[in-house]
Design a protein around this ligand. Structure first.
Ligand code: FAD
Length: 502
């Protein structure tokens, strides 16, 4: 994509990840008169734009797409497709810069939030409706790995340990995943191509990749448009818009607002990530032998259960305040002498995510003198574990050890804590709240306090300390915000032609 863009749009969405794409899709469907510009700092990775990299055939093309998502060189390597920010307090903090955002690289686990993870300022029934819509937009199913070897016995054993006293909706279950099983049994992972659906090919929607939003423009407390830099040519321009949605992830959405001089007191504060404890076990030989006859299948028969697919779920509850993601791995995370003889699915990886103690002093900050690789205010992070966090982490370590003991024999020693930021689930930095009282950035429809026409989206909007993977929740909140936007957007009195792409 290169400039020029059309001079004016109804809605500009900044950031093409799952939440920005949700705004595009929802406004596209609800307002057939609206022209929408989707601005994305990163490149398209392939066709369709926003498609998940796991759907790309071939190791080398997939690795190229992952490298293209890491932003300008030199980038410290994080998980494939991400760039480490290099912030000592949150050493594993990382971002993705590409069409589709992290949604082109994610594991696609889509659990619903429960108990204290739920958002008090959004009525429960309404939240459930939007969660259902989010599941539709992401093509979520709990049945993609029904045939995974040993999944049943893993769930039976976890249920025996964790289900007592839980309501049906919070019992051990297959992990809901954003994935479609193709007729040949292979899997298509949902990226933002799936969320955009028909909006992607419609001339009313324009995707401008490698275009960085420098600032949101505003006048007298009302949004007027955005300033944009074409990262290929360096040219800059402005476009006007009636509404702007900033969906640039939980670290860069506050960066764009900061650069725009829009700085509510809570901007960047209440940053929370989910401490993650991991462990691995091997199902005992007698269990494998007993259930092998039942499964009797090979890796190929099972459509290639992929490494790091979360296939089972121990839901968060207030009594068990951890989100358990259980993965059956083709390959052990620990080198095994007899790797060739290991039955697929018999090595089980356990990841227990914790909810962080919320603290306004945990925050992302921005330099007024230094810039990042994109020329935006340099990000700094201040982040601490409280005593309560240390106790939570200890309790999670015990819970995951118990889960492991219920399943089999430990591999590679005791459960251990991953470096802070590893979950990639950064939240709270543009949190929603019921009132403009300095503890939130936006209202429960994601409208930024004090700036008419400005919405924020992404995990940063989630105000509670969640332990579950947050994307389903933030897509649901994006759907809710988009419905409000579609209602509020001024109606065009004169039809205008669709913009021409430059
Ligand atoms: P993002 O997807 O991060 O997209 C933000 C976009 O904004 C980026 O493309 C970025 O380039 C763009 N942008 C930033 N600044 C600007 C600017 N100034 N101008 C223009 N564009 C800009 N979550 C789950 O719920 N379940 C999982 O199983 C899961 N697994 C994961 C596994 C991996 C390996 C990774 C990397 C992530 C995983 N996540 C998971 C996290 C999930 O991908 C994110 O929660 C989700 O993508 C957030 O969506 P988003 O739209 O808010 O932001």
């Amino acid at each position: 994509m290169s400039l020029p863009l059309a001079p004016s749009y109804d809605v500009v969405v900044v950031g093409s990840g799952p939440t920005g794409s949700t705004y595009v899709r929802e406004v596209f469907e609800r307002r057939p008169d609206a022209r929408i510009l989707l601005l994305e700092a990163g490149p398209k990775l392939g066709d369709p734009p926003g498609g998940h990299v796991k759907n790309i055939d071939g190791d080398e093309p997939r690795a190229r797409a992952q490298r293209a998502s890491e932003g300008p060189a030199p980038a410290a390597p994080g998980r494939p497709g991400t760039r480490l920010l290099g912030t000592p307090d949150l050493p594993a903090a990382a971002i993705s810069t590409n069409v589709g955002g992290m949604g082109a690289h994610w594991t696609a686990a889509c659990p619903r939030p429960g108990d204290s993870e739920r958002i008090p300022c959004v009525p429960d029934a309404e939240m459930d409706r939007h969660l259902t819509r989010a599941e539709e937009l992401l093509h979520v199913t709990s049945h993609a790995f029904d045939r995974a070897p040993f999944a049943d016995v893993v769930r039976q054993r976890l249920a025996a340990r964790f289900d007592a006293g839980r309501p049906v909706s919070r019992r051990v279950a297959p992990m809901p995943l954003a994935v479609t099983t193709r007729p040949d049994g292979t899997h298509a992972w949902s990226g933002t191509d799936v969320i955009l659906g028909p909006a992607a090919a419609d001339p009313r929607v324009e995707l401008a990749d490698t275009c960085l939003c420098l600032r949101v423009l505003h006048d007298a407390g009302t949004v007027t448009g955005v300033a944009v830099r074409d990262l290929n040519s360096g040219r800059e321009t402005t476009v006007t818009a009636a509404a702007v949605v900033v969906a640039a992830d939980a670290l860069r959405t506050p960066q764009v607002l900061h650069a725009s001089g829009i700085r509510p007191a809570a901007l960047g504060r209440y940053l929370n990530d989910q401490p993650q404890i991991v462990h691995a076990v091997r199902l005992p030989d007698d269990v494998v032998a007993a259930h092998d006859e039942v499964t009797g299948r090979t890796r190929e028969d099972d459509g290639g259960i992929v490494p790091q697919s979360g296939v089972s779920w121990v839901p968060f509850t207030d009594e068990h305040p951890f989100h358990g993601q259980v993965m059956q791995l083709d390959a052990s995370p620990v080198a095994l002498a007899d790797e060739d003889t290991v039955r697929p699915g018999s090595i089980v990886g356990l990841g227990w995510f914790c909810a962080k103690d919320l603290d306004p002093e945990d925050r992302v900050t921005f330099s007024d003198t230094e810039t990042d690789a994109f020329g935006m205010p340099r990000i700094g992070i201040r982040y601490r574990c409280t005593d309560r966090d240390l106790a939570t982490i200890e309790a999670a370590r015990n819970a995951v050890a118990e889960a492991g003991a219920a399943l089999g024999d430990p591999l590679g020693g005791e459960p251990f804590l991953l470096p802070a930021g590893s979950s990639l689930h950064y939240q709270g930095t543009t949190r929603m709240g019921p009132a403009d009282d300095g503890t939130s950035v936006c209202d429960s429809h994601s409208r930024v306090w004090g700036t008419e026409g400005l919405w924020v989206a992404g995990n940063g909007v989630i105000p509670t300390a969640t332990a579950c993977n947050p994307t389903l929740t933030s897509v649901a909140l994006a759907s809710r915000g988009a419905h409000a936007l579609a209602e509020q957007l001024p109606r065009r009195t004169v039809a205008t032609a669709a913009p021409t792409a430059g």
